[in-house]
Design a binder for this molecule. Structure first.
Ligand SMILES: [Zn+2]
Length: 446
């Protein structure tokens, strides 16, 4: 089966209508916290119409009985979140104590990733990971599996089964990692080609050439990654860049001819409109210019940056230079799969730099903004007619403190900001992928 929610040839049209407060964006709202911010589209108590898995329209009154109606009046419906950087095999090392990046990789991450040599671990891990994303209101993701081709196969298969938009690829490492987590260049190129042939462009799946980070790749492997990107249309590229200062110093030692950490990737043709680079904290103006010119995006991972003590990402400087920014949990460096917690942490990271992040900017970036940066805004991230109906339904408040705070809100931004800051996966009521209900809290009644 493919494309759950899409009408099978000759099959009946499926029509779903959901009543709720609808919040999405038509464009980047900038840094305005006003209730009339540009690009903000809030429609209190409306019906979202979904036909054959796609958004068919929005209207204030109930549609006729040809629609299956679900009345969630008083709840908040948004496009599902897009997490642009998260590690499938790291759920079991989330919340690991006491290490900065390089030590954290060796102590916690690499041992966990070794287990994915086993096909049954891959399959169970992929199912558990995607179900967990859906249980946090995330419907699309850019994902790191492990160096094992089977881990990418299992992830793509599980995503296909759920009809999810997932971008992923075999992780490339050929040095500075345990021997059983490195793959020689020729072998990795053959593995990647086979995975691309099997999965890229199939249903809602896309392949990402996945370089772990510069220190675990030789120049020969980075050159191979560039060849893959040049050889196939529409591939994505994902990696890490400029996360922490010890890492920066190590990259400078390993690649003495590169102008900067980012330049290691630029030299091998790894920057471009479909390139997603996690973190991007320690970059200079020349790096920002290279990112902006190539339209490569930074996947800002504030929870991870705080937890590992990596640094404060300068969002305004990136944006002022024209660098696209998306938001990511970076689990297991990040401490929650909930994009809402990530947004709350993003606010705090900016506050430490004397910048205030409005709820509009944060929520836009986690939905339509990410979709735009990935070149997918005609498919995901909004309630535009024709978009795939990937949806998350939220309670405005959960628990006595949040309920009192919600009652006290005087403006829409105040209400949404309090929701964004206080809410988490416990507020989630239901998640749909292409119009199909794939997650629901046990107590939800419809
Ligand atoms: Zn990461």
């Amino acid at each position: 089966m493919s494309m759950r929610g899409a009408r099978r040839p000759g099959g009946p049209t499926t029509r779903l209508a959901i009543r709720a407060d609808l919040l999405d964006f038509t464009a980047d709202p900038g840094w305005s916290a006003a209730d009339d911010a540009p690009g903000l589209r809030y429609r209190a108590d409306h019906w979202l119409l979904v036909e054959d898995g796609r958004v068919a329209g929005v209207q204030p009154g109930a549609p006729d009985a040809s629609w299956q109606r679900q009345d969630h009046m008083g709840r908040l419906l948004m496009p599902g979140f897009v997490d642009t950087h998260v590690h499938m095999p790291q759920l079991e090392v989330i919340a690991s104590y006491g290490a900065e990046l390089l030590e954290w990789l060796n102590t916690y991450t690499f041992p966990a990733e070794r287990r994915y040599a086993d096909a049954t671990v891959c399959e169970a891990g992929a199912q558990r990971f995607l179900d967990a994303l859906l249980a946090h209101g995330t419907t699309s993701a850019v994902v790191f599996p492990t160096v094992h081709p089977g881990s990418a196969d299992a992830l793509f298969a599980a995503a296909q089964q759920r009809g999810m938009r997932v971008i992923a690829g075999q992780c490339l490492m050929d040095r500075h990692a345990p021997a059983d987590l490195t793959v020689a260049v020729e072998r990795a190129e053959a593995d990647s080609e086979a995975l691309i042939a099997r999965w890229h462009g199939r249903d809602r799946l896309a392949y990402a050439v996945t370089v772990r980070f510069a220190p675990t790749s030789t120049d020969a492997q980075l050159a191979m990654a560039g060849r893959l990107l040049a050889r196939h249309d529409g591939l994505y590229m994902q990696t890490h860049v400029a996360e922490n200062r010890a890492e920066l110093a190590w990259v400078a030692e390993l690649f003495p001819n590169a102008r900067s950490y980012l330049d290691v990737y630029a030299r091998h043709g790894l920057l471009g409109t479909r390139s997603v680079l996690a973190h991007g904290i320690w970059l200079d103006a020349t790096d920002r210019d290279a990112l902006a010119r190539s339209r490569s995006q930074i996947a800002h991972s504030p929870s991870s940056n705080l937890f590992l003590g990596s640094g404060l990402m300068p969002w305004r400087a990136h944006e002022d230079a024209g660098v696209p920014v998306s938001l990511a949990t970076d689990v297991g460096g990040g401490t929650s799969l909930a994009m809402l917690r990530t947004l709350a942490d993003a606010y705090k990271v900016q506050a430490l730099q004397h910048v205030r992040l409005p709820a509009w900017k944060a929520l836009y970036t986690a939905t339509r903004g990410a979709a735009h940066a990935l070149g997918l805004d005609s498919e995901i991230g909004s309630f535009d007619t024709g978009c795939t109906a990937d949806l998350a339904l939220w309670d405005w408040a959960h628990g006595s403190v949040a309920i009192a705070r919600d009652d006290a809100a005087r403006t829409l931004h105040e209400r949404v900001f309090a929701w964004m800051t206080l809410a988490d996966e416990r507020n989630l009521q239901a998640t749909w992928v292409a119009g199909q209900p794939l997650y629901r809290t046990p107590e939800t009644t419809t």
